[in-house]
Ligand binder design. Structure first.
Ligand SMILES: Cc1ncc(COP(=O)(O)O)c(C=O)c1O
Length: 485
């Protein structure tokens, strides 16, 4: 176990040097006596080198995409070119203030305007808001737009959103938050929307249909036009959860096949790795007749240049975030799109699909894959049901053993409709060589389970921290380090 930075503290050691003249301020003139500390804060006292070594050591214990393969299903942990970071960190971009006058931030407004346009173009939508700061917030915004559409038409009875049981967990939560009831639709034997069942439950109260495409099983929902016809026939709207848009880039335009609203996870599909809990961007695109409901301001352009456009404020659902969303994340997405261009964007989608299908075809001999009879999109869901039944080895054991072999584990136990799920998303940025190494590791594990299942329960063996008690960590979370008085 590594020690904390507090334990590395040594009385009087410093990582800085400030000359007395620079701090010649009488504190009592600034802070009232009752707010001032009676004794020094118990902060670690370390040299600059101590601090550098400490954090470098910690980072080497972590797993990140630059260190190794990261096939975390549903999270698109791809390698993102460093040019995106470099541009976002330029002082002319990073040090802007959101309240600067429009004429002083024309470049920033141009970036946002072009990004709105590029995302609309890629997805076949009429316009896009960049304000939501997470996929789940994008869902909420899209659903609020659906609600505003029905309210504007006086359709107040429309209060139900239908979604398949394969929906991402955030979908039903966003629906409830936006004031809708959720009606769940069981997927058919192929893992897709059961259109016949859908016909039975659609009625006058249907406000819309929410679908992740590719769905959480990594399968392309190919009956969209038929589904859209059913939903539109009762004046419902089609919502696409576009968090998995990586697989469709340059290949499918959701706005052209029947979807009315969609959100994008810019922090998955368009640079900025997902999964760190850091800032994101859940931009939302809509077709022409819904543009008037988008949050304000939009970024528009006239003869004088770019400006914050509040012109549809009366019909807009309103503002959904301070200022204009996560500008830095949007800049990264902008650079990513501009660097790739149309052909590059398409090859992202194609390679994401090829890589996932390569893995699926190589692993299906060793692990159960419920829908391996179909081609997958950018990810697929294998499972450990055979290993569990025959040898008592769980998916969690398999995931832990993968850590020993230098890989980040795939997403496990999700989606919930597949027991012992192992959801694998290789992404387009991996070479055949790295995919082959992963395949080899998964095959080795399958053999280890057959020859010595007991040892799997104790994996991982080589990681800095062995198997942690996840349940206890959640129930008794205590990350406070006791500082000696
Ligand atoms: C299909 C799907 N929908 C929605 C989300 C939610 O996105 P976020 O985590 O940014 O809120 C995710 C997250 O990865 C997702 O995979």
């Amino acid at each position: 176990m590594s020690t904390t930075i507090f334990e590395k503290s040594s009385q009087g050691r410093k990582g800085y040097n400030i000359s007395q003249n620079d701090i010649n301020i009488e504190l009592s003139n600034i802070l009232p006596e009752n707010l001032r500390r009676k004794e020094d804060a118990k902060l670690p006292q370390c040299s600059e080198l101590d601090v550098m070594r400490h954090y470098i050591e910690l980072s080497s214990k972590n797993h990140f995409i630059e260190k190794g393969f990261y096939p975390l299903g549903s999270c698109t942990m791809k390698y993102n070119p460093k040019i995106n970071e470099a541009v976002a960190r330029q002082s002319g971009i990073a040090n802007l203030h959101p309240m600067q006058a429009e004429e002083t931030v024309q470049g920033a407004l141009q970036i946002m305007h072009e990004l709105q346009h590029d995302l609309a173009e890629i997805s076949g939508m009429a316009n896009v808001t960049l304000q939501p700061v997470a996929g789940a917030q994008g869902e909420f915004v899209g659903l609020k737009i659906i609600s505003a559409y029905h309210q504007a038409k006086g359709n107040t009875h429309k209060n139900v959103i239908i979604m398949p049981d394969s929906a991402h967990g955030t979908n039903p939560a966003s629906c409830s938050l936006a004031g809708f009831e959720v009606k769940e639709l069981k997927s058919n034997a192929n893992g897709k929307v059961d259109v016949e069942e859908l016909k039975k439950i659609v009625n006058e109260n249907t406000a819309g249909f929410m679908l992740t495409n590719p769905n959480t099983l990594g399968l392309f929902e190919n009956k969209i036009e038929e589904i859209a016809e059913i939903i539109h026939s009762v004046d419902g709207l089609m919502y696409m959860d576009g968090a998995n848009f990586n697989a469709l880039l340059g290949i499918v335009q959701p706005g052209k096949i029947g979807f009315d609203v969609m959100h994008y996870n810019l922090h998955k599909t368009f640079s900025t790795p997902h999964g760190g809990g850091g800032p994101g961007s859940g931009a939302v695109g809509v077709v022409e007749h819904l543009v008037k409901f988008l949050p304000t301001p939009m970024i528009s352009k006239n003869d004088n240049g770019y400006f914050l456009d509040y012109s549809h404020e009366k019909t807009s659902i309103g503002k959904v975030h301070t200022y204009y969303g996560n500008f830095g994340i949007n800049v990264r997405a902008y650079v990513y799109i501009k660097m790739l261009g149309a052909a590059g964007i398409r090859s992202v989608g194609e390679n994401a699909i090829i890589n996932a299908n390569y893995l699926q075809s190589k692993l299906k001999e060793y692990y159960n894959i419920s829908h391996a009879d179909q081609f997958c999109m950018h990810e697929f869901v294998a499972d450990g049901t055979i290993q569990k039944k025959k040898y008592g080895v769980s998916t969690l054991d398999i995931a832990k053993r993968l850590l020993d072999k230098g890989f980040h584990a795939p997403t496990i136990y999700f989606p919930l409709i597949i027991s012992e799920a192992i959801m694998i998303e290789p992404t387009e940025t991996e070479s055949k060589q790295s995919l082959d190494k992963f395949i080899q590791a998964m095959i080795e594990i399958a053999h280890e389970i057959e020859s010595d299942p007991e040892s799997l329960h104790h994996a991982p063996f080589n990681t800095p921290v062995r198997r942690v008690d996840d349940v206890r960590a959640v129930k008794e979370l205590n990350v406070r380090f006791p500082i000696e008085k």
